[in-house]
Ligand binder design. Structure first.
Ligand code: AMP
Ligand code: ZN
Length: 492
């Protein structure tokens, strides 16, 4: 493919040609979930967005190292260093070990993402598994005079950093405005300035997650874990860093500041941010209760929608929007996605049985180039899907003898459609199985007919035919059960 991949870099606010640091290889880090409750559909959207990016980079032939962490310590209730640790709090409320909370919701996260057919990352490190690395980074920052210790906690000195660098470079915030607007929250009294952020927090006696450090017993700040883990597995500078839009500030801004202060160079070449899923026009969020859990959507057991929607329909619905656009979930949109997806899969079935012509009027190469151009334009899945529908339309015309498709084109189109749908978009094409369950009725009727013929043969004492039928059914793993009310069967 001689097209260049272009990505929208939140740092420059522009689309840029993507060239990895090391030819043929891509390093990507995505902020993972804080595992203190079940992932809601909004969280899933962000991870599905990056699954598409991971899949397409692989499709382009890159060897991708995809690191996505699990935040199992350090994320406080308020993103700005105040309140209780989210996991500690849940453990206290549920009377569990914090690691039981972590385990429960990590499993939920994995299971949910697997239902959505997202690929696992190459490395999934945890914050608690990297306490040593975080302590080392803090020591370096203290040595460099970029961080200070107060009363067992260590804070990053934002104003000092800003003397030589630009705090706010990613979120486009201005330090003066930040100084003006930052409130002092409970638990922040130790800070020199309210916009400084915690690298290490002293653990109060009731705080159950605690580790020894040169500054006493405590726990790491949230922002630091991502710098520790991304640098460890991808290097001081790596290709792509991703996360939801809402993480730009303060989380990603702080990551940039920490890493730049330590290594004297920018940590990330391309910052990619996925937009939010909204419900009733408002961001889906755990804290506000404005959310739906994926399993409630799949089972139909919820008050928001009239019926159940399968994971791949929900995934297809999300992919019909670009990852940088806001998507509002609604019954009408889900129902339309279901219909559209079904239509796409029907086109594939039609293509499989299509009688080919000697001549060809479908320009496969230019269609394929348009599909690639869509994805190369910052992973534009809605445009790719529109091109897939164009192909579906052409297939329908061919099916109705209004367009010629020759054998070679049919084969190429079949292969490429499957690759786009399954590999690139990660849709499992399970809806087709609906057709199979319709066939199940047919199969039952056919087996019953055979059993009836067998009964008639037995009545006529034609045991040879009766046994022949039974053996043929057994060979298909169908077990006839002769009872006094007739013969039933089960499929093994
Ligand atoms: P958290 O577990 O709260 O740290 O969130 C995990 C990921 O989900 C982060 O990348 C968030 O940006 C993302 N996220 C949270 N709410 C939404 C939403 N409504 N839509 C899309 N992504 C979200
Ligand atoms: Zn992070």
């Amino acid at each position: 493919m001689d097209q260049q991949l272009v990505v929208y870099n939140s740092l420059s606010g522009k689309k840029e040609a993507f060239t990895p640091l090391v030819e043929g290889h891509v390093g990507i880090y995505v902020c993972g979930p804080t595992v203190y409750s079940n992932v809601h559909l909004g969280n899933c959207r962000t991870f599905i967005s990056f699954d598409i990016i991971f899949r397409y980079l692989k499709y382009l032939g890159y060897k991708v190292r995809y690191v996505r962490n699990i935040t199992d310590a350090g994320h406080l209730e308020n993103d700005e260093d105040a309140g209780e640790d989210r996991i500690s709090k849940r453990a206290r409320l549920e009377q569990l070990e914090p690691m039981e909370v972590v385990q429960r919701y990590t499993v939920d996260f994995h299971n949910t993402l697997a239902t959505f057919n997202t690929l696992p990352p190459s490395i999934e490190p945890t914050a608690t598994g990297h306490i040593m690395e975080q302590i080392e980074l803090i020591k370096t920052l203290v040595d460099k005079g970029m961080a200070y210790e107060v009363n067992g906690s260590v804070y990053f000195d934002v104003l000092k950093y800003n003397q030589h660098h630009q705090y706010g470079i990613l979120s486009k915030r201005n330090i003066e405005d930040l100084i003006h607007n930052t409130r002092t929250l409970d638990g922040q009294i130790d800070k020199k300035n309210p916009q400084d952020f915690a690298l290490w927090k002293k653990a109060e006696p009731q705080h159950i997650m605690r580790w020894p450090s040169p500054w006493g017993v405590g726990f790491p700040g949230w922002h630091l874990e991502c710098t520790a883990m991304s640098t460890k597995y991808l290097g001081e500078t790596f290709d792509i860093h991703g996360g939801g839009m809402d993480l730009k500030f303060p989380h990603h801004e702080c990551e940039i500041a920490q890493a730049t202060a330590i290594h004297q160079k920018a940590p990330v070449r391309y910052w990619l941010h996925a937009n939010m899923l909204t419900l009733n026009g408002k961001k889906m969020a755990k804290s506000t209760g404005n959310n739906i859990l994926p399993h409630e959507l799949f089972s139909g057991e919820n008050k928001l929608f009239s019926k159940a929607y399968s994971p791949e329909v929900v995934r297809f619905f999300m992919l019909q929007a670009h990852y940088r656009s806001i998507v509002d979930i609604s019954e009408a949109a889900l129902a339309a996605a279901e219909k559209g997806y079904q239509r796409l899969l029907e086109a594939l079935t039609q293509l499989a049985t299509l009688e080919t012509a000697a001549t060809n009027a479908f320009d496969f190469e230019s269609w394929q180039a348009r599909c690639h151009a869509a994805m190369n334009d910052d992973f534009n899945t809605p445009v790719l899907i529109a091109h897939l529908f164009d192909a579906a339309k052409a297939i329908k015309s061919a099916h109705n003898n209004q367009l010629d498709i020759d054998a070679a084109t049919k084969e190429k189109l079949q292969k490429q459609l499957e690759v786009f749908i399954k590999e690139v978009l990660g849709l499992e094409m399970k809806l087709q199985h609906k057709k199979q369950s319709a066939d199940d009725g047919l199969a039952t009727a056919t087996i019953s007919l055979l059993l009836e013929l067998r009964d008639q043969a037995r009545l006529k004492r034609d045991f040879e035919t009766a046994d022949q039928i039974r053996d043929a059914l057994l060979a298909l793993n169908i077990q006839p059960n002769d009872g006094k009310d007739g013969t039933t069967f089960n499929i093994q």
